[in-house]
Design a protein around this ligand. Sequence first.
Ligand SMILES: Cc1cc2nc3c(=O)[nH]c(=O)nc-3n(C[C@H](O)[C@H](O)[C@H](O)COP(=O)(O)O)c2cc1C
Length: 328
Amino acid sequence: MAAPIAERERTPAGTEFNPQIGVEISGIHFANPVLTASGTFGYGQEFARLIDLNQLGGIVVKGISAEPMEGNPPPRIYETEAGMLNAIGLQNVGARRFVEEKLPFLRGLRTRTIVNVFGYTTEDYVRAIEILNDGSGIDAYELNISCPNTRAGGMVYGNDPRLTAEVVAASKRAARRPLWVKLSPNVTDITELARAAESAGADALTLVNTFVGMAIDIETRTPRVSNVTAGLSGPAIKPVALRMVYQTARAVRVPVIGIGGIASAEDALEFIIAGASAVQIGTANFYAPDTALRVVEGIRAWCRSKRLNLSDVVGSIKIPPSAASPVS
Ligand SMILES: Cc1cc2nc3c(=O)[nH]c(=O)nc-3n(C[C@H](O)[C@H](O)[C@H](O)COP(=O)(O)O)c2cc1C
């Protein structure tokens, strides 16, 4: 048990304070609050030669569907000002091959493994989860609801509270592990979707996924990405993602995990102060694979310098009394 803040403040200055930065989310203990985001860290093994994976709080693997998928034709990625556009099309090896070929490596790590799951019908999600239930070494599922529902005329699950509730409730019934739900930011009011997911049984919410964007080559007058529109990620989205995490953390009781343009411990601390219990690092992995580890060390150093444990920092934002009424 950590000493309460008042007690720690009485410890003589200069005494080494060792902050506790572990966190409990949906009944799982994470050694630290930093995870790598789905689709930006492969199946973990790809980064094993670059960083010590055991120092991460968790790895969220690339989205897995019941059947393997090839993804979209190239070009699928385009670099923008302070960000990137991607339309990979959720390419993956499928749930069975993931359990047989990828999970054994992840099982050997101390780091937590979260499996991101998606589908194009509610039955697809349930089928993927049922296959994954048989794999050992998975700590939780993270539902990617930024997918079009082929039965509902291509309407994106995560843009509609009713579809969100439907897919979350069905997945929750099927899942033998905690269920996290990853929210789409392409909505008018993120708190409405957050509440729908929570009411349908989500054990935690992760946000945000990418923002729909596009870029055009003016010489050829063709889209830069073959899919025409693509998901924007990276530092460009950070302020908007942070605002959505702040709003959501005030609207729900389940833990919130913040994602969007995080590239430093300072970025991560902004999300944690806004109310995130943990954070995920996405696009930064592509240009600086050690980002997540630097973020862990930076959070630890900041907590030590302030003589605070992580739990003292989560949601500790100070809103001036004179501030305009909160956005939600
Ligand atoms: C190339 C790429 C692939 C991604 N694939 C997935 C995916 O399979 N499932 C998912 O839920 N999110 C996926 N994402 C979204 C990221 O996990 C993350 O939510 C988003 O990029 C915002 O974080 P960032 O700004 O730190 O990258 C992908 C992002 C990128 C850039």
